[in-house]
Design a binder for this molecule. Sequence first.
Ligand code: C5J
Length: 224
Amino acid sequence: MSVIRAEPFDFPLRRGGIGLIVIDMQRDFIEPGGFGAALGNDVAPLQAIIPAVRALLDGVRAAGLPVIHTRECHRPDLSDCPPAKRARGGATPTIGDRGPMGRILIAGEPGAEIVPELAPLPGETVIDKPGKGAFHATPLAEVLTGMGLRQLLFAGVTTEVCVQTTMREANDRGYECLLAEDATESYFPAFRQATFEMIRAQGAIVGWTAPVAAILAGIGGDHG
Ligand code: C5J
């Protein structure tokens, strides 16, 4: 069996059963004027990972493996947004309010779109999710079962919120999960690092981490 060189130990690669989930690489988190910026964050570090996520996407696509994209967003009437979520953070504007990229975190608005460099290709699955975890109130579980996947690669933002939450949900559902270290970012560097350590602790209690180059080498998609 081939492996991906990873921490805390090599990730056993079960060919045919692995896919990539790219979490929430949306303008609302990554560009000025969106949700992330409204909460007072510097979005520049998140913008900086776009090339690494693109390299991972390109390699996974070249290897013929499935790609799933997620977007955190809500219905225009906010019926899927708990008032507590909307109120939290104390930010203005907040979810549903109008900003420079349209209504914040609302499906169909420009800010809710994935950044153009990472746009889904025709045929790739896009999951709109109202929560931080991508399994909550979405068809993701059925989609993954239908694809016959047993292992998941993860990239996207933010590391300790939507990425980690979804990895934990997937781990509990029996998936072996590997997070691409340089293709995930947080507004808080210490939280990103802590997430890596939490995931890998106790013999990969949530999963593995590895650089994009190691993942591409492992899946045979290293064309760079
Ligand atoms: C956040 C996310 N951080 N995609 N969402 O609110 O991680």
